[in-house]
Design a protein around this ligand. Structure first.
Ligand SMILES: [Zn+2]
Length: 669
């Protein structure tokens, strides 16, 4: 539901993710997941995960299914219980989460409301006479986080990350990425046709006469194509220098004379803005031209579409089903909509995550788990320090700087020290759409209020039950929500080899992000500043190219290959992360039984790593993710890494010419 700026936040994992978490083995490995007919040195992923894949078909309401999804489902069961109780007795601390969830579950009340909650905004859109009337309307739509024309919010100034600054970003497109509007292959063209039909159906559901809705959808598409043509593609957006342009509001105004920025700023209630990051000036120039050449009636239709679209999940069933038919089935291949309670749990987490997350933390993440994780993080940081010392390709000057940066990395584990205060947010029973709108408004203003103020590094960009983790280059910190510090990533009862392979590799992964192709461009304070000697930067780039070539050779689906450039940061982080976790495990004092479940310590480590990534994907979602996701699919994340590691070949006694032994292994860290 939220659309926050996260262009630079480096997740460990695709935004979503086990079995019941009960170890069925001595080590904690999932023995039934192993395919004993496969040969580890030929296809390690098949060996580690083949059994799991066979025994866990993709549920009909999913486009992919992996161990992340299993865990997220388990976490959601816990949230579900909390929310059912809160909804039955919405008092005190439970009022907001209980009434939010209870309203979301009340499908008949939502159906009875229809689109009444959107009418006031429809009326304002319809009342526009010329493009001059646009700024206040876009301001109001943005307040509700409607994706109208562009994005606006707050983010740390890349070059002085101690301060928050306003940011205006490309946006306003309903398809996942700019290239969806421009690719010329048959499948892309067919998807665009379905998208236009979808837009038409949504407009019609909200009351536009059918013929007008069909014609209007074409106009919407024309506007979005024009926006896409001005926009940067997802790979280019990984380069921080390409999305940092600090301008004054006057400069932005000169770039987009057709849009009244001062009226927009006062409409959103922003604090005084003296400078802002206009991520992509070319996009805003294209936006200006678009507004100059587009009839106002077409703009009205477009805004109406974006408003309906942004609210679709919380509108009557007909809207929800049509929204799913395109975004769930056509785009990602899921045949069935998820049960309502699962969706409502997700939305409550999205809008009130730090209220709901407190109960989750109480139930799942005790002091022992936290202390254990902190210890592991410190060990892995120590391993990276040793690794930097040992690098043959880096000079002492850059090594010193790298260690300054490493020393400064802050570790955030489990949940925030201070929970977000939602007291200003009004949640009413029976008003699902209103609750969602007010939550969006609350969040938008929370973001705007940061402009001009010092960056708050204690804040979390993920809620506690989330099965994911991230590195924030602008804050130089690593963040591990309690949601991921669970089996199969981590279990206090596991053999340490399995924990190091699971959560240890994730910790190493996030830490490596501070030193990947993108993260390395930021210094110890989070500023975009080059601290590399030219010679070392070149050595890095040469080594990184090895990963680009390696992963570009993998096929995602049909004729679609992985994009080695888009996935470089994640692949570098996977490769570095596993190495650091293995170094820490071997150097540590953990008991290392010679054999458990028939595997040596190193074998258990690699299996623990691989089993986190067991998954299946439908072809539609494979195609989409290859085009937009900086993460490689599970199979490539596993085989891509182990085939670069002589430690793996040794652990499984692979022959020198085995498929899992690359002749020229890639390595940066
Ligand atoms: Zn990552």
């Amino acid at each position: 539901m939220k659309r926050l700026f996260s262009a630079l936040v480096l997740f460990c994992c695709p935004l979503v993710a086990i079995s019941d978490g009960q170890s069925k083995s001595e080590s904690g490995l999932e023995l039934s997941a192993i395919d004993k007919t496969a040969e580890p040195c030929t296809d390690f992923y098949q060996f580690a995960c083949g059994g799991w894949i066979k025994n866990n078909p993709i549920p009909s309401d999913r486009s992919r299914w992996g161990r992340f999804d299993e865990l997220q489902d388990r976490n959601n069961e816990i949230l579900h219980k909390v929310l059912e109780q809160a909804a039955a007795n919405p008092a005190g601390d439970n009022q907001k989460i209980g009434d939010y969830y209870g309203s979301c579950m009340d499908e008949s009340a939502i159906n009875a409301q229809g689109v009444k909650g959107l009418e006031p905004l429809f009326t304002k859109i319809d009342a526009m006479k010329t493009a001059n009337d646009l700024a206040p309307i876009v301001a109001e739509l943005h307040t509700y986080q409607v994706n109208a024309l562009f994005g606006f919010g707050s983010e740390a100034d890349f070059k002085d990350a101690s301060l928050e600054m306003a940011i205006a970003d490309q946006g306003g497109m309903g398809l996942p990425e700019r290239d969806y509007y421009t690719r010329i292959d048959e499948k892309s063209a067919a998807l665009r046709k379905l998208y236009v039909e979808h837009v038409g159906k949504m407009l019609a559901l909200a009351g536009t006469p059918e013929a007008q809705a069909t014609a209007g959808a074409e106009k919407v598409m024309a506007i979005e194509i024009a926006l896409a043509k001005g926009a940067l593609d997802v790979t280019s957006r990984r380069d921080p220098n390409k999305i940092y342009h600090k301008l004054t509001p006057q400069e932005l105004q000169a770039m987009t004379p057709q849009f009244q920025w001062q009226r927009y700023f006062s409409g959103i209630g922003a604090p005084p803005i003296y400078a802002l990051n206009v991520t992509e000036p070319d996009f805003f120039k294209a936006l200006g031209k678009l507004l100059a050449s587009t009839p106002i009636d077409d703009v009205k239709t477009y805004l109406r579409w974006q408003l309906i679209h942004s609210s679709a999940a919380i509108l009557p069933t007909t809207f929800v089903n049509e929204n799913f038919a395109f975004y769930g089935t056509a785009l990602t291949g899921a045949p069935e909509l998820r049960p309502r309670w699962k969706r409502c749990v997700q939305y409550t987490d999205g809008d009130l995550g730090e209220a709901l997350g407190q109960a989750f933390v109480k139930e799942t993440f005790g002091p022992e788990a936290k202390a254990d994780t902190v210890k592991m993080v410190h060990e892995i940081e120590a391993s990276l320090s040793k690794d930097i010392d040992s690098l043959s390709w880096m000079t002492d000057t850059t090594k010193r700087e790298a260690k300054v940066k490493l020393q400064a990395v802050a570790d955030k584990i489990g949940y925030p020290d201070k929970w977000r205060d939602y007291s200003a947010l009004v949640i009413k029973r029976g008003d699902a759409l209103g609750n969602s709108q007010r939550a969006n408004e609350f969040e938008f203003h929370r973001q705007l209020n940061k402009i001009g103020k010092p960056t708050d590094k204690s804040e979390w960009g993920m809620t506690p039950p989330t099965v994911n983790a991230y590195y924030n280059p602008l804050q130089n910190n690593i963040n591990f929500p309690a949601g991921i510090l669970q089996p199969p990533f981590y279990n206090v009862k596991n053999d340490p080899a399995v924990n190091y392979g699971g959560v240890g590799a994730v910790v190493g992964h996030e830490l490596t992000h501070g030193f990947d192709d993108q993260g390395r461009q930021f210094d110890s304070r989070g500023n975009l500043k080059d601290w590399w000697t030219a010679e070392d930067a070149k050595a890095f780039t040469d080594r990184a190219q090895c990963f680009v070539d390696q992963y570009s050779s993998y096929t995602a689906v049909d004729d679609v290959k992985l994009n080695g450039k888009l996935t470089l940061g994640e692949n570098a982080a996977d490769n570095g992360g596993v190495r650091l976790a293995l170094m820490s495990y071997l150097a540590g004092t953990a008991v290392k039984p010679a054999m458990l479940d028939g595997f040596s310590p190193e074998q258990r480590f690699f299996l623990g790593f691989a089993q986190v990534w067991c998954e299946s994907r439908r072809p539609e979602v494979s195609r989409m993710l290859a085009q937009v996701d900086p993460h490689s699919p599970g199979r490539n994340r596993v085989n891509g890494v182990v085939s670069n590691m002589p430690e793996f070949a040794k652990a499984f006694s692979c022959k020198a010419d085995a498929p899992m032994v690359r002749q020229t292994p890639c390595r940066v860290w």
